[in-house]
Design a protein around this ligand. Structure first.
Ligand SMILES: [Zn+2]
Length: 234
């Protein structure tokens, strides 16, 4: 997948933002009886692409940069890739090895501080990219919380849980704005979940204040400049 940067109306489009060309029709959700028991599925389900970790996955196309960016939606394949390889959700480049202590920066919507063990589908990001998000993203303008995190193991999925009796989608009990329901990989509800994203849990959490975030971003910018000069003279 390309990590080219795309701009829209003079603004950088985050790596994980979904583009309109990537929207595909979602098949009808049906009840299925498969090995392991009952759950939701698609009539024309493909075991390789539609199901992972026992959950049914939304279908999505790939066409980053095609159509227009839909800032309210996140690309499922790029979110998964960003979580798996610790890529910045804004620029799509690796965030590991950016700090001597190897902690990663996380930024979540809502002003509640990030809790130890909190689960999230938001990939990490660079301090400079985080400041850019806080300034440009209208969802974050209603409040945000940042933290440095020591480790973030795979925890489960973020998606929509369907009622096992009525097959109606159930409302999310999420603690942050726009949160989908987070379902642990070992939870029996996973079979009734239409997964959009991979979720991780955050451990070794140290909150980062707005002042600290700006200081980290300045340090980031300074390093980028000296790094650039070094490359220029090589
Ligand atoms: Zn970045």
């Amino acid at each position: 997948m390309s990590r080219r940067q795309f701009n829209w109306n003079g603004m950088r489009v985050p790596y994980i933002t979904q583009w309109t060309a990537e929207t595909v029709d979602q098949p009808k959700i049906i009840r299925i009886f498969a090995r392991g028991g009952e759950g939701i599925g698609y009539e024309d389900e493909h075991s390789v692409t539609d199901r992972r970790d026992e959950a049914l996955w939304v279908r999505s196309g790939l066409g980053q940069g095609r159509g227009r960016p839909d800032f309210a939606r996140i690309s499922s394949p790029r979110q998964k890739r960003a979580i798996r390889y610790s890529l910045c959700q804004v620029c799509g480049k690796a965030v590991l090895n950016c700090r001597d202590d190897e902690r990663t920066l996380h930024l979540l919507g809502g002003s509640t501080p990030i809790a130890e063990g909190e689960t999230t589908a938001a990939p990490p990001l660079h301090p400079l990219c985080a400041v850019e998000s806080v300034e440009n993203c209208r969802f974050l303008q209603r409040g945000w919380a940042a933290a440095l995190v020591e480790y973030s193991p795979l925890w489960g999925v973020a998606g929509v849980v369907y009622d096992p009796v009525t097959l109606d989608p159930l409302p999310s009990p999420g603690r942050r704005p726009n949160d989908l329901t987070h379902v642990h990989i070992g939870d029996e509800l996973i079979r009734w979940t239409l997964a959009n994203f991979t979720a991780v849990s955050l451990h070794g959490v140290t909150p980062v204040s707005p002042e600290e975030l700006h200081a980290m971003a300045s340090e980031d910018a300074r390093r980028a400049v000296t790094g650039g000069q070094r490359m220029g003279t090589a």
